[in-house]
Design a protein around this ligand. Structure first.
Ligand SMILES: [Fe+2]
Ligand SMILES: [Fe+2]
Length: 293
């Protein structure tokens, strides 16, 4: 199957790129001991980037009453990791904006942002040590769909029409139509962009969590967040799932082995998320409006 994914990649030269200054800022932000003045200077060397940081930090997402006008203050107030997620997300949304798709990109991003936010929530419940990482990789988990949708637009459109109102998932249909899936194509993208191993793991194994190697817990978190959201929303690019499959059962087992207090079953664990779902989907809407403003 990976051979089919790599073959699709062969002739593509117009993949979105991440500007060098952004990569530099992101790696600086990974470092807890980095100097905020230096990072602020680096961000300010790219005016588009600086404007993005200021815009997002002043958006309703952060519920601030006062206006923030300094990059350094933004860094201190919302933290290095949140700024890292914000910058990367906005570059992905921007870089993929003009790629024509056979599905609604707004629905795609709303699904992605919602899965990111639910992943963050689950990460907190299970004491995962890097909550922001769960959020970011939750947002990026389906990135392979954007590639398949764009470079195989007509065929992907036919596939989506073919599975409308059926119980066939996009993942199953992709394999039938393309001999590969958005998970494998996503893995090729993750490797091209030099993502860390645990990001690649989630992207390639979120529908087969038992295959995760680099960070099985992170993959389990995103697998369950994705399943939860798919069982709540039905739309072209995020179609249908309501009965937990092998991947979700395995993810649940991973959580139960942590030895922390959890609800008695996967069903109860997921239904407890209903309490926060409305707030989370409202935030996803806000994030989409802010990122595309
Ligand atoms: Fe997926
Ligand atoms: Fe998904």
């Amino acid at each position: 199957m990976m051979i089919a994914a790599r073959r699709l990649f062969k002739d593509v030269s117009d993949l979105p790129t991440i500007p060098a200054v952004v990569s530099k800022v992101v790696s600086q932000l990974e470092n807890k001991l980095a100097d905020p003045d230096e990072i602020a200077d680096l961000i300010l060397s790219d005016l588009v980037l600086a404007a993005r940081v200021i815009r997002v930090v002043n958006s309703p997402l952060y519920h601030r009453k006062d206006q923030i006008t300094s990059v350094k203050r933004a860094l201190m107030l919302i933290g290095f990791k949140s700024v890292r997620e914000m910058i990367l997300t906005s570059y992905f949304v921007e870089g993929l904006k003009d790629k024509a798709q056979p599905f609604d990109m707004k629905m795609f991003w709303l699904h992605s942002f919602t899965v990111g936010a639910i992943s963050r929530r689950i990460a907190r419940i299970v004491n995962y040590p890097d909550i922001e990482k769960a959020y970011l990789v939750g947002i990026l988990h389906d990135i392979g769909k954007v590639f398949l949708g764009h470079y195989c637009k007509d065929e992907y459109g036919r596939m989506l029409t073919g599975i409308r109102n059926t119980s066939i998932t996009t993942h199953e249909a992709e394999y039938k139509y393309f001999g590969t899936t958005h998970s494998e194509v996503g893995l090729c993208l993750a490797q091209r962009w030099n993502f860390p191993a645990e990001y690649s793991d989630v992207i390639s194994c979120h529908h087969s969590s038992e295959m995760a190697i680099a960070d099985p817990l992170l993959t389990a978190i995103i697998s369950l967040a994705d399943f939860y959201n798919m069982s709540h929303v039905t739309a072209d690019c995020v179609a249908q799932a309501s009965i937990p499959g092998h991947s979700e059962e395995n993810a649940w087992q991973t959580l139960t082995k942590l030895g922390i207090p959890l609800p008695s079953s996967l069903e109860h664990f997921l239904s407890d998320l209903d309490e926060v779902y409305e707030t989370i989907s409202g935030e996803a809407d806000l994030l989409f409006d802010t990122m595309t403003a």
